[in-house]
Design a protein. Sequence first.
Length: 247
Amino acid sequence: MSANLSVVNGAPAILVSDWRSAASLIDHTLLKPDATRDQVIALCDEAVQYGFHAVVVNPANVSLAAARLRGSPVKVGTVVGFPLGANLTVIKLAEAEAALRNGAHELDMVLNVGALKSGDRILVQHEMRSMARLAHEREAILKVILETCLLNQVEKILVCSLALEEGVDFVKTSTGFGDAGATAADVVLMRGVVGHKAGVKAAGGIRTAAQVMDMLDAGANRIGSSASVEIVRELGAPAGERSNGNN
């Protein structure tokens, strides 16, 4: 099993040679509305066990995840304006501020799709710029979720270009709550726009190792999945294997 990318549209090389290196690119995700405290704790423990890059949880669970992961290399991620992206910018900023205060290291903000489709670039850019500034002031990173199934090709290119202008760290395909999730074609398109200047996160409907390899081959350098454990076990991770935390 390998995904060895020397160059993908100007992006840095990615080498995935075993399940541990694959795990280090995965955000282990639990965003269902009925997630319990016990499930969040289990998610965090799995992230440490397998060496996932981060957990991504709903904002109400950030404090719990941060406490559970304290002292580990696993990052805490959360969502902002999720899943529709139609909140006022001031609300998104307040939500992000609370998440960062509670221990989040990474913010996945949903684009205001309606504003984009209405031609309101000023709102879209202001929101990205304000969120990026807030995240970077707290040494956190910002990902913007495009919800690609709702956008045409021109709109996808525009969002990625605006994200670069406003200092966004990653562009991300999907919430997982839309009509469709990540596709390799969208990842290729997004990587082609951002090049090596930003990351590309593929998320939404990724449940198998083959899908992970397809997304990495297309140019993704982060994967979001709620099936992370099944994926790394498919790639050879023993059920009781523990990462040394260096991946």
